[in-house]
Every structure is written in C-alpha cells, then in structure tokens.
Design a protein around this ligand. Structure first.
Ligand code: GDP
Length: 197
C-alpha cells in the first residue's frame, strides 16, 4: 500500500464517534513523547498529518486516516498517554477509551506500539500488551529514536525486548525505528501491508 495516500478523516472523542467499524484498520499507540506522531508522519511522508498534543489534560482524540482514497482502509492514531501532570481521573478516562477501542473494534487488524528505544516496556506498554493479548491482537513494536543510540546498544535493546516478550512471540514483532533517519520504514510498511491486505 502507498501510505503517502493517507488523508485525515475525522477526530473522535469516543469509540462511538469513530468511523463505521467495517473494512480494515491498524492503530498506533504509545506513551506521550514516544515518537508516535513522528512515526506516522514519516510513514505517510507528510510533515504534519499527526500532531502531538502539547496541552496536557486536554481531551484526547482518536484520529482516523483513510488510505488510497478508501475509507474502509484506515490508520488510527490513538490518544497519547502518560503526561505526568494529568489528573488521575483524566488518565482513567483515556485508559477506558483505549481499552474500549482495543477490545471492541472488529476492523482492527493490529496494533503498532511505539516505545522509546532507551525506555522500552513501561507500565503503560505492558498494559496495552495485556489488552492485545486478551483478544489475540497482533502487535508490532517500534523501538523509536534508534538514532539516539549507537548500533551496538540499539541492537542490545532490541534483543532484550524480544527476549522479554518471548512468551508472546507468536503475537508480537519488534524492530528498531528512526523517524529522523527514516530507518525502518520498509519493515514497518511490510508489516502493515500484511495486516491490511
Ligand atoms: P508523540 O508524543 O509520541 O507523538 O511524540 P513525537 O512524535 O511528538 O516526538 C516526541 C519528541 O521526540 C519530539 O521532540 C521529536 O522530535 C522527537 N523524536 C521523534 N522521533 C524521533 C527520532 O526518530 N529521532 C530523534 N532523535 N528524535 C525523535
């Protein structure tokens, strides 16, 4: 698929306001600042398709993008998570939206989970992996900002994460990724192609 054809469809505050649950879609999730917006922009070769919310506490939206001019083929940008300053009630609300979406969405084919290569498998990451596992949803992990580490340490992080997730190896794949250097786009596209085909 040509991911450069991604076009904004809509922003939805809840699952109920998302596009109709038919066709196929892939969702992107990550802790705030993990590099999710940068990864989506690199994949779609657009400078500002996905934007980071710089306003902690603001209602977070589920953003949908069509592919190839086809609204039945979608990329979904899930709300970022984990601003330290956000009140617990707001965090719980985000978490409820995320779990609703991940559990209920029939058209969801897979989850791309962004983690900073220097701080993988946070509590939030483990929570999402647990949601995915419960419904046998495949997960592809991007270890982002790989350019921040030298090759040796970056590969060591990759191996460590793979090892830690070895019991889920049927469901979970992991790769290094750099939006800055545009490294890892081929592997990511291949994975998405397989899910959306
Ligand atoms: P989001 O909150 O997950 O959407 O994260 P962003 O995409 O907004 O990125 C958070 C910060 O990390 C920004 O300052 C980005 O410039 C930086 N960043 C994102 N991807 C990369 C990358 O591949 N390499 C480097 N060096 N920095 C990155």
């Amino acid at each position: 698929l040509n991911y450069a054809t991604a076009r904004f469809m809509k922003s939805a505050p809840t699952l109920a306001q998302c596009p109709p649950d038919s066709g196929a879609e892939v969702a992107f999730a990550g802790r705030s600042n993990a590099g999710k917006s940068s990864a989506i922009n690199a994949l779609t070769r657009q400078k500002a398709l996905a934007r980071t919310s710089r306003t902690p506490g603001r209602t977070q939206l589920i953003n949908s993008f069509s592919l190839m001019g086809n609204e039945a083929l979608r990329l979904i940008d899930l709300p970022g998570y984990g601003y330290a300053k956000v009140p617990d009630a707001v965090k719980r609300e985000w978490q409820a939206h995320l779990s609703d979406y991940l559990y209920q969405r029939q058209s969801l084919r897979g989850l791309v989970l962004m983690m900073d290569v220097r701080h993988p498998l946070t509590e939030f990451d483990q929570l999402l992996l647990g949601f995915a596992d419960e419904r046998d949803l495949p997960v592809h992990i991007l270890l982002t900002k790989a350019d921040k580490l030298k090759k040796g340490p970056a590969n060591a992080s990759l191996q460590k994460v793979r090892h830690q997730l070895v019991e889920w190896e049927d469901l979970v794949t992991v790769q290094l990724f750099s939006a800055l250097k545009k490294d890892g786009l081929g592997t990511l596209s291949e994975r998405l192609d397989r899910w959306l085909a």
